[in-house]
Design a protein around this ligand. Structure first.
Ligand code: 3PG
Length: 209
């Protein structure tokens, strides 16, 4: 799949993973994929992130592995080299977007306002990460944007939980949501893969009802 909307739209939730220990990357990814969450965002916030992307790509053929928290053109190059199948950014800085345009990598740029969304749509991006979703106005903000920005769709991320995810998914301009709650730090540290699988299963069943 090369289209970012098709990739993200294939799941109700994209787990946002910040991986501190590369040895935990594959079992973590496997627990999520087996539960039905096959599109994963591994954030470039740790030293092991690129190795984690590489490891999951090699060991989990059923996963679609994206790199998150891309901030610079260099981040883009590094994640493509590691094998990332899509990229996600909390924003859309000019130099990064210029690099994305020439890369062919399916990409989800971030926005938090009408103007930012309109600039990206002007540039050809009509499926956007809405970040930080809860802090930037939540479902009320997205509802307000739906009519004036018809044709622009969102993946809200930031502050999404099992309790509010369905409210987002019910909106006409929301395709899927991103969130870290299915892979909490404590369960990852204790290597409780069954616990993470159960959280992921619970999320899938709750969000696809
Ligand atoms: C992100 O990286 O997109 C967010 O930090 C994830 O937000 P959450 O931890 O509130 O789900």
């Amino acid at each position: 799949m090369t289209d970012i909307r098709a990739i993200c739209g294939s799941v109700p939730l994209i787990p946002v993973l910040t991986i501190e220990d590369v040895d935990r990357a594959v079992p973590l990814a496997q627990a999520l994929v087996i539960a039905g969450l096959s599109v994963l965002e591994i954030t470039l916030r740790t030293e092991t992130a690129l190795n984690a992307i590489q490891a999951v790509r090699a060991a989990c053929p059923d996963a679609v592995v994206g790199a998150g928290t891309l901030r610079t053109a260099e981040d883009l190059t590094r994640c493509v080299d590691a094998g990332a199948q899509f990229g996600v950014s909390p924003g859309a800085p000019e130099r990064l977007m210029d690099a994305v345009d020439g890369s062919g990598l399916p990409f989800l740029p971030g926005c938090a306002s009408a103007t930012e969304a309109m600039r990206l749509a002007d540039r050809g991006y009509s499926f956007l990460k809405f970040f930080p979703a809860q802090a930037a106005g939540g479902t009320a903000m997205l509802t307000s944007l739906a009519e004036p920005l018809s044709g622009i769709e969102f993946c809200p991320t930031g502050g999404i939980t099992i309790d509010n995810a369905r409210d987002y998914l019910a909106l006409p301009n929301v395709v899927t949501v991103g969130g870290s709650w299915v892979a909490p730090k404590a369960l990852t540290k204790s290597e409780d893969w069954k616990g993470i699988e159960n959280l992921a299963r619970q999320a899938v069943s709750h969000l696809t009802q």
